[in-house]
Write a protein that binds this ligand. Structure first.
Ligand SMILES: NC(=O)C1=CN([C@@H]2O[C@H](COP(=O)(O)OP(=O)(O)OC[C@H]3O[C@@H](n4cnc5c(N)ncnc54)[C@H](OP(=O)(O)O)[C@@H]3O)[C@@H](O)[C@H]2O)C=CC1
Ligand SMILES: O=C(O)CCC(=O)C(=O)O
Length: 451
């Protein structure tokens, strides 16, 4: 193909928009990657002629299915389930399952697309996928959750397998739900294998999988600071969310000498000027996981804190920020406020929590900004290690896994520097992550020819 036949960025995005109507999250995720990839491939003819980016931005398949279940009052309820298998060029599809009323095809396509680059960045052989349902687990009894998970797996089982597609948890799906789904998979197929990760330790789970995403996001933050000759000691951190990722990120910040000021949920955020200590984090974990409570109840347990209904925590002055709740929870105006208040680094524990305006602002301000596909890859990395342990029918020790997680996060940081170092002391981690992730997947696709 002659250089003049290259599709430019605007035409490419026009096509993405046209082919994916009413899918704003997916278009946003593709744009964020394409902004960097177009420069990188400008002089690389093969990537153009083989339409590599266009192919990565078109999922291998999207499976959509009906999920029927019976509530405790005998009513028949109908939900929609999906599995998006985005790309398996470097390994079996891999990515979590989300249960939340906001789930739709756009959200799952963006997550599966992001996962493709993230998994490549880990250095482990995993492709990208994501799944879920618009089922709302809030307020449901344990029996209702169990029946829903069983019904969901009754369809999903035919699309997954330890060498095909290996789902895990995400928002609304933790150890309990993975247990229900694994039990149903085993019952239907009669196979005991590593088809899901995030399993309980008694039946093939890996140590530190629960902690890995939050810990990994803080290791990445620590690496960025270290690269500039700093550390976390005494740094004030603002964190959103109060689920798996947020509480473990908070725990690691505290372990490394930082002070956590906020946590949140969809009802608002709490600000504790005394700092959220390990004891308080343990209270939050028990409150959210076992008591299924709301974050606003924190102020009853710890009265020095304040609750801010319906608000996000980005206006609280801090040194570092970790958005760990959900997509597009940090907008352009929030980014401006963070930078004006002296925030020097942002590490995304959630997937695409910053909107495009916020990302552009962080880049323009040249603060240290780690996109989710790099910063929160620790979770899927330990999932990859869980797959290895399952295949080898053995379990590694905690200190071995901790060392491997740290090593993988160091490796991702190094790959971001390799492609994101701007030569003037500024590292564009978004660019670094996008190019490093893209290159690995793209080169594998080139090897396969047109498939
Ligand atoms: N679990 C993992 O290993 C990984 C997770 N991630 C990402 O991290 C993020 C958090 O996941 P995780 O901690 O596992 O999920 P959890 O279900 O454990 O917690 C989610 C948290 O985010 C809050 N939240 C969810 N939706 C919204 C919303 N629309 N507005 C405001 N707050 C919201 C929840 O509040 P509420 O209780 O009110 O719903 C809760 O505090 C997601 O983006 C996920 O994709 C990324 C990599 C791996
Ligand atoms: O552990 C996994 O496979 C899934 C993790 C995940 O969904 C994510 O990284 O967003």
């Amino acid at each position: 193909m002659a250089a003049s036949d290259h599709v430019d960025f605007a035409t490419f995005m026009e096509g993405v928009n046209r082919r994916n109507p009413h899918q704003p999250e997916f278009v946003q995720a593709v744009q964020e990657v394409a902004e960097d990839i177009f420069d990188f491939i400008a002089d690389k003819e093969e990537y153009h002629s083989q339409q590599i980016l266009r192919r990565i931005a078109e999922p291998d398949r999207v499976v959509s299915f009906r999920v029927c279940w019976e509530d405790d009052n005998g009513n028949i309820r109908v939900q929609r389930g999906w599995r998006v298998q985005n790309n398996n060029a470097i390994g079996p599809y891999k990515g979590g399952i989300r249960f939340h009323p906001s789930v739709n095809e756009s959200v799952l396509k963006f997550l599966a697309f992001e996962q493709t680059f993230k998994n490549a960045l880990t250095g482990l052989p995993m492709g990208g996928g994501k799944g879920g349902s618009n089922f709302n687990p809030k307020g449901k009894s344990v029996r209702e959750i169990m029946r829903f998970c069983q019904s969901f797996m009754t369809e999903l089982f035919r699309h997954i397998g330890p060498d095909v597609d290996v789902p895990a948890g995400d928002i609304g799906v933790g150890g309990r739900e993975i247990g229900f789904m694994f039990g149903q998979y085993k019952r239907i197929t009669n196979h005991f294998n590593g088809v899901l990760t995030g399993k309980g330790l008694e039946y093939g789970g890996s140590l530190i999988r629960t902690e890995a995403t939050g810990y990994g996001a803080v290791y990445f933050l620590e690496n960025m600071l270290k690269h500039r000759g700093m550390d976390l000691h005494g740094k004030k951190a603002v964190i959103s969310g109060s689920g798996n990722v947020a509480t473990h990120a908070a725990e690691k910040i505290v372990q490394l000498g930082g002070k956590v000021l906020t946590l949140s949920d969809s009802g608002g955020f709490i600000h504790d000027p005394d700092g959220i200590s390990q004891e308080k984090i343990d209270w939050v974990k028990a409150h959210k996981t076992h008591r299924r409570g709301r974050i606003e109840e924190y102020v009853e347990a710890y009265p020095a804190a304040t609750f801010h209904a319906g608000k996000t925590p980005w206006g609280v002055p801090c040194d570092v920020a970790l958005p760990c709740a959900t997509q597009n929870e940090l907008l352009g105006a929030d980014a401006r406020m963070l930078v004006e208040n002296g925030c020097i680094a942002v590490s995304e524990g959630a997937n695409m929590p910053s909107d495009l305006d916020a990302v552009h602002h962080f880049k323009a301000a040249k603060i240290m900004f780690a996109p989710g596909k790099a910063a929160n890859a620790g979770g899927v990395a330990v999932s990859g290690l869980e797959m290895s342990q399952n295949s080898a029918r053995r379990s590694w020790k905690e200190d071995e896994l901790q060392a491997m997680l740290k090593d993988i996060m160091d490796g991702i940081h190094g790959r971001c520097i390799a492609y994101g170092d701007q030569g003037d002391g500024y590292v564009d981690y978004v660019k670094g992550a996008n190019i490093a992730g893209f290159k690995k997947v793209a080169d594998a696709m080139l090897a396969f020819g047109v498939v």
